[in-house]
Design a protein around this ligand. Sequence first.
Ligand code: AP5
Ligand code: MG
Length: 186
Amino acid sequence: MGPPGAGKGTQAEIVAERFGIPAISTGDIFRANVAENTELGIEAKRYMDAGEYVPDAVTNLMVRNRIDEEDAAKGFLLDGYPRTLDQVEELDGMIRHTGHRLDAVVVLTVDPGELGARLSARAQKEGRADDTEEVIRRRQEVYTEQTEPLIDVYRKRGLLREVDGLGEVDEVTERIMSILTQVEES
Ligand code: AP5
Ligand code: MG
């Protein structure tokens, strides 16, 4: 977890590879569907371009199907899911069904100034449709309103691991790895 630009996608890829499990990014799956102009992509794009969340029913079904795939059998790392209280409950149900359990919830903390700088830099490099100033602002608001409350939910469950997301990518990776290795051993 973490606000837009915190480094979720960057770190998820690296960390998942170290553990030999897939990184499942709801944002990436939506973007792939938008690029291929699938029905799901057409539906998702309306929300993404405005910086709003795609409806829970659509997102939950997509994740349910994804974690049922064979490569996720031994475990997976979720990037950008769950993001709403409804998604938290759905995920609980899904992993009860697949026999997985949640080991840890990593939250990357980065101050707003740095987030803005990272996203405007990416806007220039990659031109992601939702990296405009206005939509970035809306994504940040939606995160605060709908996703930040999940931090307390997972804290109460004893799963929360807060990680400083500032610094070089490698430094952040090592912070995450040292925390997750402890979780793995316990
Ligand atoms: P999503 O793709 O998840 O976007 P986001 O949450 O806004 O986050 P970003 O991908 O922008 O940032 P990130 O934290 O992954 O950081 P990154 O590693 O890229 O979601 C997009 C949309 O899809 C949502 O708005 C919504 O519409 C929909 N959606 C997705 N999931 C959903 C869900 N569960 N429910 C409903 N709707 C959903 O890094 C950012 C930049 O910083 C990059 O350029 C990177 O190179 C750079 N960077 C990374 N780390 C560092 C570092 N340590 N130092 C300097 N730069 C760094
Ligand atoms: Mg991302």
